[in-house]
Design a binder for this molecule. Structure first.
Ligand code: NDP
Length: 384
C-alpha cells in the first residue's frame, strides 16, 4: 500500500460545476510529432469534467481506492503548517500541477524519507528540486505534450490581445461606454510585424505554425536549430542567441524551460536592447524575467505590453507588481489546464502511476529524473 499526496488547486468559489458549457470535447489521437496521447488501461472520469481541482482529484480517487492505497488531496500547500507539509512526511508519491505547484524543495524532500515518485500532472517540473531528487533516487515524471497545444493557443491569444489592445476595449464595452478613441489609441495590426519565439520546442513550434498565416515575419532562437526543411516550411529566421532575437522583433513569445541559463533572462539590460514598444508574452515560467524590470519597462514605454500566465511564486502576493502594471494582459496560470488539457494529463498521470505500481518502464518522454540522473525528456530539457 502506498500513500499519495495530491496537491490541486481549490474548487471554484461557487462550487464544483453541476454541468458544463459543452457536452463533449474533441478526441485527439496523437500529437504533432506522431507520439500517442496517454493510454492508461482505463479511466474513471468523463473527458471534459473539471479534474484539476480538489474535488476533481484528477479522476483518480477510485483508482487509488481500488488499489488499496491512501490518497490525500489538498490545496493547502505553502508553509510548514500546511496540510501538504504535514502529510508529506510518510508519503510515497506526490502529485502536483504547475498551475498550483507544491514546491518540493530539498528541505521538504529531506522530510519525506519514503518519497519515490514526484509526478507533475502537466508539463514543467521546475517546482521540484531536481538535484535533490537525483541525490535521493526519486523518480520525477510529467505528462509530456499533454497541454503543449493548449499553451500555444493561449500564447497566440495573448499576442493578439496585447497588439490589438483587447483588454481596454472590452472594459469600455462591459462598463457601458463607447469611447472608440480610448479603445484604439494603443491598438495595432499584427500583420507585417516581426514576431519571435524563444525556444522552438513543442510549444514554440506550435506557436510559429499558428502565427504563420497572420502574414508576420517569423523569427526564433533555440539551443538546437530546426532542420532546413522546417525553417523553410515556416519561413522563419534563426537567431543564434536571445540578444539577437529580441532586437530584431516587435513581439517575443517565451517558450524556454526554466534553468540556470534562462533564470531572470529578461532583466533591465536585455529589455533595454529591445525595440521601443515591444510586446512580450511569457507562458514559460515567471522566473525567466525580473518582475520589477518588466513593470518599469511598461511604465517607461520601452515595452508596449506584457502578457502571460506564469508568475513566481504561485499564487503571487496581492501586491505583486504584475497585477497593476500598465498594459498588461496577465491571467493566472491557466493556459495548460483547459478542460481539454485536463482530460489528457489526468489520463497520463494514471498511465505513469500504472507503470509505477506494476514496476514497468515509464515512457521515456514522460521521464525527467530516474535512477539518480536526468532521464528522458528531462535529460533534454534540463541539461546544465
Ligand atoms: P520542449 O522541451 O519541447 O522545448 C523546449 C525547447 O527549449 C527545446 O527546443 C530546447 O532546446 C530549448 N531551449 C533550452 N534552453 C534554451 C535556451 N537557453 N534558449 C533557447 N532555447 C532553449 O518544451 P515545451 O515546448 O513542451 O515547453 C516549454 C516550457 O513551457 C516548459 O519548460 C514549461 O516551463 C513551459 N510550460 C508552460 C505551461 C503553462 O501552462 N503555461 C505548460 C507546459 C509547459 P534543446 O532541445 O536543445 O534543449
Amino acid at each position: 500500500m502506498a500513500k499519495c499526496v495530491m496537491v490541486l488547486y481549490p474548487d471554484p468559489v461557487d462550487g464544483y460545476p453541476p454541468k458544463y458549457a459543452r457536452d463533449s470535447i474533441p478526441t485527439i489521437k496523437s500529437y504533432p510529432d506522431g507520439s500517442t496521447v496517454p493510454s492508461p488501461s482505463s479511466i474513471d472520469f468523463t473527458p471534459g469534467e473539471l479534474l484539476g481541482c480538489v474535488s476533481g482529484a484528477l479522476g483518480l480517487r477510485k483508482f487509488f481506492e481500488d488499489g488499496g492505497h491512501e490518497l490525500v488531496v489538498t490545496s493547502d500547500k505553502d508553509g510548514p503548517d500546511s496540510e501538504f507539509e504535514r502529510e508529506l512526511v510518510d508519503a510515497d508519491i506526490v502529485i502536483s500541477q504547475p498551475f498550483w505547484p507544491a514546491y518540493l524543495t530539498k528541505e521538504r524532500i529531506d522530510k519525506a524519507p519514503n518519497l519515490k515518485l514526484a509526478l507533475t500532472a502537466g508539463i514543467g517540473s521546475d517546482h521540484v528540486d531536481l538535484d535533490a531528487a537525483q541525490q535521493r533516487g526519486i523518480t520525477v515524471a510529467e505528462v509530456t505534450y499533454s497541454n503543449s497545444i493548449s499553451v500555444a493557443e493561449h500564447a497566440v491569444m495573448q499576442i493578439l490581445t496585447l497588439v490589438r489592445s483587447f483588454v481596454p476595449s472590452h472594459r469600455w464595452a462591459a462598463e457601458g461606454g463607447w469611447n472608440i478613441a480610448d479603445c484604439v489609441e494603443h491598438a495595432y495590426d499584427l500583420e507585417g510585424m516581426d514576431v519571435g519565439v524563444i525556444a522552438a520546442g513543442r510549444i514554440g513550434r506550435a506557436v510559429l505554425r499558428r502565427l504563420a498565416p497572420f502574414d508576420v515575419n517569423l523569427h526564433y532562437t533555440d539551443t538546437r536549430r530546426l532542420s532546413p526543411d522546417v525553417e523553410k516550411q515556416l519561413n522563419v529566421t534563426f537567431h543564434p542567441d536571445v540578444e539577437s532575437l529580441v532586437r530584431s522583433v516587435d513581439v517575443v513569445s517565451v517558450h524556454s524551460p526554466l534553468y540556470d541559463a534562462t533564470r531572470q533572462m529578461f532583466n533591465e539590460r536585455l529589455l533595454g536592447t529591445m525595440r521601443r514598444g515591444s510586446y512580450i508574452v511569457n507562458t514559460a515560467r515567471g522566473e525567466e524575467t525580473v518582475p520589477e524590470a518588466i513593470a518599469a519597462a511598461l511604465r517607461s514605454g520601452q515595452l508596449a505590453g506584457y502578457a502571460g500566465d506564469v508568475w513566481y511564486p504561485q499564487p503571487p502576493p496581492a501586491d505583486h507588481p504584475w497585477r497593476t502594471m500598465p498594459n498588461n494582459a496577465m491571467t493566472p496560470h491557466v493556459s495548460g489546464t483547459t478542460l481539454s488539457a485536463q482530460a489528457r494529463y489526468a489520463a497520463g498521470t494514471r498511465e505513469i502511476l500504472e507503470s509505477f505500481f506494476a514496476g514497468t518502464t515509464i515512457r521515456p518522454e514522460y521521464l525527467i529524473v530516474e535512477g539518480g540522473k536526468l532521464a528522458g525528456t528531462g535529460a533534454l530539457s534540463y541539461q546544465k
